[in-house]
Design a protein. Structure first.
Length: 209
């Protein structure tokens, strides 16, 4: 199981999460969230070793702006967390890894993902709320049984030390990784390293079972 820690900004925090051997690290380039990175220093991103997938997160951003940020910071992946259509994924797939996020609730129709299947590398299933992620809320993970496509997916939305044990109950063949964010924070964009250490250990134990 891959582990993605998202919503990072602070240099020392980034360094500490690198030491945990996170598989993905996410930086949010959307100014509608308190986790917005702003003009983050290039050396913070450059400090991340090549075995960790550096991921830039966008919400309904202009294609040229996405390209500019990828090139400036040498990102390995992008996460599209708004209402972007499949043509945006097609623009970038093959150049960087493309993660397309969707908010999930009881009314979500997974067949709506069909047009994205050939244009993304991963889906990310978050909790559907009025904001674009970071709500700390969960959804009924049993809904994931309705997902039938071959694209691997990340589980997101309210993951915490209180519910990580239940991740082991998800046996979907395309379950690829987890996305840890708001429930592991001291304050927005500042992660609690002690909590993350426990989470990483719990998830590794799940992998060994």
């Amino acid at each position: 199981m891959k582990i993605k820690v998202c919503g990072l900004r602070e240099a020392d925090n980034v360094k500490a999460i690198v030491a945990l051997n996170s598989d993905y690290m996410g930086f949010i380039f959307y100014n509608g969230t308190p986790r917005f990175v702003g003009n983050i220093a290039i050396n913070i991103i450059d400090s991340i070793p090549s075995n960790i997938i550096k991921t830039a997160v966008f919400v309904n951003e202009d294609v040229d702006k996405i390209k500019q940020i990828i090139n400036k910071y040498s990102f390995d992946a992008i996460q599209l967390h708004g209402s972007e259509g499949p043509e945006i994924g097609a623009e970038f797939k093959g150049h960087v890894k493309v993660i397309k996020a969707f908010g999930i609730n009881d009314d979500f129709n997974f067949e709506d993902l069909y047009s994205y299947v050939d244009h993304v590398d991963y889906f990310l299933f978050d909790t559907k709320t009025s904001i674009y992620g970071g709500s700390g809320e969960t959804y009924d993970w049993a809904l994931l049984d309705n997902y039938r496509f071959d694209v691997p997916f990340f589980l997101s939305g309210g993951l915490s030390l209180e519910n990580l044990e239940s991740v082991n109950e998800i046996h979907h063949p395309k379950f690829y990784g987890v996305d840890l964010n708001s429930r592991f924070e001291i304050s927005p964009a500042l992660k609690n390293i002690e909590k993350l250490e426990i989470a990483f250990e719990m998830l590794k134990q799940n992998d060994n079972q």
